[in-house]
Design a protein around this ligand. Sequence first.
Ligand code: UGA
Length: 436
Amino acid sequence: MKISVIGLGYLGVTHAVAMATLGHEVIGIEPDQNKVTSLQNGTVPFYEPGLTDALAKAIAAGNISFQQQHDDKSASANIHFITVGTPQSDANQAADTSFVFAAATELAAILKPDSLVVGKSTVPVGTAANLIQTMESISGFTPAVCWNPEFLREGTALADSLKPDRIVIGSNEKPMNQPLIDCYEEILSQGVPLLEMDLATAELVKVSANAFLATKISFINAMAEIAEASGADTVMLAEAIGLDNRIGKSFLRTGIGFGGGCLPKDIRGFIARANEMGVGSSLSFLTEVDQINLRRRQRVVDLASQELGALKGKTIAMLGISFKPDSDDLRDSPALEIALKLHSSGATVKVHDPISLEALTDKHPDLTTASSAIDTCSDADLVILGTEWRQYKELAPETLFPKTKTIIDGRNVLDVETWQAAGWKVIALGRNIQNG
Ligand code: UGA
């Protein structure tokens, strides 16, 4: 099938490459000339395992290309996917849908009546209905619009796109969905469940899924606060409650909490939308979910102060700065916020991260970087593990030579006995660790 993918950020690039991998003829559209050039040359403008190789294959096969604007070729696509970002508005924390409407407005001017428009961006409920009206006023006909939320996770994005847990399609009439079902035929033939529903429900599925995941993480981090006050251990608690199938083990890893470009902004946008609709009290618990999450960051700063006294003049090593491993995304990263808070309290923060240092230096040149985990920790008064990259989990503690052998495990991934046996004091969030 002929496909256009409008908006080449994280979601758009991954989706474009995934569709090309399925054998479709893909045109990616993105106003930023630098991104277009970079993608044409086979360079993915962010880190995502496997994506560069898949892009190279698609380029070699001749079924992907990139351009700044629509042309006759892109206008003749069977399906136009809208994959632009919906960032958090500064004013009221709502999702800013202006890029979605801008993309749809441009598309409406060249849209053919037999093409299908598919929204994949995460939007407030009700957006698709407004979008149809906006497009109709430009194109002169009622466009066929589906909403098809994306559930990919950074770090496993391509695999998540090609083998998702489910495909959700929202539309005003089921027959409208058929071209999209045909487009995903290879994925659906693997037994991936297809759920067809109305537009509003499809929009809500995405934000409510992210709200539920955020709530799970903040639930276990609230238990961490209780555990810290009572001497209990949240890692053991999470294992015990997670064995109940109704609860499940995933997303109960206690630590410095969630970050990234999705969970934090999506819960805030969801709250803003509920307020707009006059049902704010239904989601008031999400404000608490957000607060619990942010308190975990401050907790690490407080623990550092407890250990070091005044932070001014102290050197703190930060292992990992991206919001999660296998990603160079620094948006709302808990590790980054902790590093910045420590820095503004007068500490020298030395950061290592396997792939995010370039992005870090661009945005925060005031933070010191080091070329290896060993260098970062050398002579440090305190070490903090901020992102659970595999190489940190596998670090041999006897290879590190800080001034003081104290580590705060912000992600609860270190083998406490091994570190203690090497002479380290281990502090972890929500745990009652006895250090000798
Ligand atoms: C999230 C969702 O998981 C995806 O399904 C969704 O498609 C995506 O947002 C999106 O809306 O585009 P992602 O932001 O890549 O994906 O990251 P997650 O794997 O959800 O992790 C989010 C944060 O939660 C990370 O900072 C991670 O360290 C933290 N986390 C995760 C915990 O603190 N504890 C856990 O138990 C799990």
